[in-house]
Design a protein around this ligand. Structure first.
Ligand code: NAG
Length: 227
C-alpha cells in the first residue's frame, strides 16, 4: 500500500509531457596534449568551442534528408577544450520535438581528425582575417590541454506532403551542452532533478504512511462504533 502510493506519487511527478528530444555521447577526457596551431586558429571566426567554463552553445543547424548511402548528410564540428584529463563527461544535444531530426554525436582526438579529415582544420586558415593574424599566431605559444573534437551529424526525420518543406527542411534550433559527471557517475546538471525525485520519494513515503495510519484508525473506529 505504501509502496503503491509512493509509485503513484512518483509517476504523477514524472508524467509531464516531453517537449524536447535529446541525444548524447559519453566519454572520458584524454590526457593533455599540445594543441596544434591549425586547431587554435580554427575557432577564431565563430565560437565553436565548449569548455567546462563555457559549457553550452545555442545554435541553428542546417539539416537535410538522408539520401542513398548518406544516412547523415549534414555534419557540424565543434571543439571540447580545457577538459579535465580522466574525467567523465557527456555532451548532449537537445532540440524541440516539433523539429523531428536524427542526430548522431561522436568525439574524436585531434590526431584522429588530422588523419581522417585533414581538411577540416586547414580550411579556416584560408580566411583573410586569419591570414592577417598569422604572424602573431606563429609566435604565440601553443596551449597544452585535454581537447577533443565533437562531430554532430544530422538528418531531417519527418514526412510531409508539403513539397517545399521536403526539399528545404528548416534548420533545427539546438542546445549543445557539455556536462561533467560528478565522481564520474552522475551528470552534474541532472543533480537538481535527482534531488527533486529523491525528495518526492521520501516525502511520498512518509505522507502515504500517515494517510495509511489515518485510514486504518478510521476503519478501526468504525468497527467499534458501527453506526
Ligand atoms: C509549405 O511550407 C512552407 C514553409 O513552412 C509554407 O510557407 C507553405 O505555405 C506550405 N505550403 C503548403 C501548400 O502548405
Amino acid at each position: 500500500m505504501r509502496f503503491l502510493a509512493c509509485v503513484t506519487f512518483l509517476t504523477a511527478a514524472l508524467a509531464t509531457t516531453a517537449y524536447a528530444n535529446t541525444e548524447k555521447v559519453i566519454f572520458v577526457a584524454p590526457s593533455s596534449q599540445t594543441v596544434p596551431h591549425l586547431v587554435e586558429n580554427w575557432d577564431r571566426g565563430r565560437p565553436r568551442t565548449l569548455t567546462p567554463a563555457n559549457p553550452s552553445l545555442r545554435r541553428t543547424l542546417p539539416v537535410s534528408f538522408a539520401s542513398g548511402d548518406e544516412r547523415y548528410p549534414s555534419e557540424h564540428w565543434y571543439l571540447l577544450r580545457t577538459l579535465n584529463s580522466g574525467q567523465r563527461y557527456e555532451v548532449r544535444i537537445c532540440w524541440a520535438a516539433i523539429q523531428p531530426t536524427d542526430f548522431r554525436l561522436e568525439v574524436f582526438t585531434i590526431a584522429e581528425i588530422l588523419t581522417s579529415h585533414p581538411k577540416l582544420f586547414a580550411s579556416s586558415t584560408e580566411s583573410p582575417r586569419l591570414n592577417s593574424e598569422s604572424q602573431e599566431e606563429t609566435t604565440a605559444t601553443s596551449a597544452v590541454e585535454s581537447i577533443l573534437a565533437l562531430r554532430i551529424q544530422a538528418a531531417a526525420d519527418f514526412f510531409t506532403t508539403n513539397k517545399t518543406l521536403m526539399q528545404h527542411p528548416p534548420p533545427v534550433h539546438v542546445d549543445i551542452i557539455l556536462d561533467p559527471y560528478l565522481a564520474n557517475i552522475f551528470p552534474r546538471s541532472l543533480l537538481p532533478t535527482g534531488a527533486y525525485i529523491s525528495i518526492l520519494a521520501i516525502v511520498g513515503w512518509y505522507v502515504s504512511g500517515i494517510i495509511w495510519t489515518f485510514l486504518k484508525a478510521t476503519a478501526t473506529t468504525e468497527k467499534i462504533h458501527p453506526d
